[in-house]
Unconditional design. Sequence first.
Lengths: 209, 209
Amino acid sequence: MIILIILKPKLPVVLDNFKLYLSEKSDLTEAVIDKILKEVRVESIQKGEFLLSAGDVCKHAFFTEKGLLRAFTVDESGKEHIIQFAPENWLISDRSSIYFNAPSDLFIEAIENSRVIFISTEFMGMVSEMSSKFRKANDRALQSHIHQLQQRINQLLGATAEERYLTFIQKYPDLLLRVPLWMIASYLGITPESLSRVRKDLAKKNFKS
Amino acid sequence: MIILIILKPKLPVVLDNFKLYLSEKSDLTEAVIDKILKEVRVESIQKGEFLLSAGDVCKHAFFTEKGLLRAFTVDESGKEHIIQFAPENWLISDRSSIYFNAPSDLFIEAIENSRVIFISTEFMGMVSEMSSKFRKANDRALQSHIHQLQQRINQLLGATAEERYLTFIQKYPDLLLRVPLWMIASYLGITPESLSRVRKDLAKKNFKS
DNA sequence: CGCGTGATTGAAACCCTTCAAGTTTAGTGG
DNA sequence: CCACTAAACTTGAAGGGTTTCAATCACGCG
């Protein structure tokens, strides 16, 4: 008789996306990356949980290994304004809060059950020192970030609700399926009702999806 | 008899503001700064002249030694959207156009007769290598810039015309006296007529200045 | 099943824009 | 220095896009 005993192995946390990210953005060997990965803090964040609240000092950048995060502000009248979404492979944080060690005015929340890498300033500094390619990739990302913010300002200055929506679905088609419409409305700076009507109009003009 | 001949001396271009800027942001000696200053390109720009046009690749950051510059986009319908003003001691440029060597979508124009320093990437690199304080100051400025862009997005997402105007005059009281109101309206994302009415309402509520 | 969240729809109100006209201001040349 | 012109600013009336509020519907989940 054969007795089969299967010991459930201690599952290593899967960090495929973050590993890929590091190997693409840096010129470190896989061995070194694997070593680094053992040091990073990873957490499972349930839908609805917060990674940062307004008033707190932001201490980490967050890399979405799995799931979906959002950053938003809340104004005096209690209305939310969504600043950014962060699906898989995106970084999200309050750069200036980290940099100036100042209270953030952002909330960062998981809107799906997520696995999130906590990236400290020290970690960034360490990898930057190890790889000049990584440093450059970060510079690049910073410039892109600024450019993207300016484009958004530009659109908010001039575009109608419909134009904003069309830009959004063209830029982030994947998010459309994962993010409730009222959050998209918040990102676009319009009410959920308005977005609903915009979509209705577009459907009438036989606009696909 | 005494004949007095006054030879008009070759006037050195006055760069007090930029000199002060360099000495505050770096830890270079005055002698070194003076040497550096001889290398920079300075130009007098008449009101209405352009330093950058959409479609061109931006090659310089511009430091306003004297005068006032603005950056703006023009949308499909021909409307201008002002992205930024740059009075004395401000830097203005299209970072991403410089960085990615890509055509800019910005115009940069003098709205007063101005004296402008052309700052090349090489110049920035050189000073950065000479002074780590300068490097850090630039990092800091970059972070502040991002923060300021985010605050503006936030306001465009939620605030009324009046709120935007009040924020503007509180943040840039000096510009109010130098910039035509229709440009301020453009910066705020409203029409000149609306701004006029907002100001009228504020005056009625006996709001000073 | 019932509850809560998200989405839709309608009607009224509101803010802002548009268009058009008039007024003020500033700059230019005689 | 005044006259002229263009640009900037104001004001009014009408219209449009969005919001607000309220009600209803659809769906997933305990």
